[in-house]
Design a protein around this ligand. Structure first.
Ligand SMILES: Cc1cc2nc3c(=O)[nH]c(=O)nc-3n(C[C@H](O)[C@H](O)[C@H](O)COP(=O)(O)O)c2cc1C
Length: 167
């Protein structure tokens, strides 16, 4: 295989940016910016997220059986960069961002325009990221978008010419 072609072809896939959060109820809370996310079914509403197996949040999602996807708005570049780094839980905030618990226990960032809470239904254990399939069991709209909802999301390409995850 031509590895340069593989890298460039895979980097042609467009991505939105989300903060993936989880809380195991035993004091372990995680939040990470992710882009490998998609909806995979209408009924039930399913999403799939690829999660790094050595990420802090991977075990927390697995043991709690729940996670939240906090959608990032166009003005949330700072949040995206904050959660590329390990999360600090201090003063009831996640790396300085206020949050509250959703009905599943998963953390919901107060600043996110929208979020979905999911129950883990399957984990596909292949490669260095495992595909976590979740059923959307709660949805929150803090700031309803005025136009097409997918124009409101912060996209990977909004972070400049040098930020990629894929290839
Ligand atoms: C542009 C970008 C996209 C990312 N997308 C994902 C992703 O889809 N899945 C994932 O597990 N990690 C992804 N990460 C890595 C996480 O943001 C990072 O591992 C995490 O926030 C750091 O915390 P950790 O201590 O859990 O590793 C991405 C990183 C970058 C820079």
């Amino acid at each position: 295989m031509n590895t340069d072609a593989k890298k460039t072809a895979l980097r042609m896939i467009p991505y939105g940016l989300y903060i993936l959060t989880a809380d195991d109820g035993k004091g372990n809370v995680s939040a990470a910016t992710v882009n490998w996310v998609t909806q995979t079914a209408f009924a039930p509403p399913l999403v799939a997220v690829a999660v790094k197996t050595d990420a802090h949040g991977y075990g927390i999602i697995k043991s709690s059986g729940h996670f939240a996807l906090n959608m990032l708005g166009k003005d949330h570049k700072g949040l995206a960069f904050t959660f590329f780094k390990p999360t600090e839980v201090k003063d009831g905030k996640l790396s300085g961002s206020p949050y509250h618990k959703g009905t599943t226990g998963a953390p919901l960032l107060d600043d996110a325009p929208a979020a979905v809470e999911c129950r883990v239904t399957k984990i596909v254990e292949e490669g260095d990221h495992h595909v976590i399939v979740g059923e959307v069991v709660e949805a929150h709209l803090n700031k309803p978008p005025t136009g097409r909802p997918d124009t409101a999301i912060l996209e990977l390409k909004d972070l400049g010419d040098n930020v990629f995850y894929g290839g």
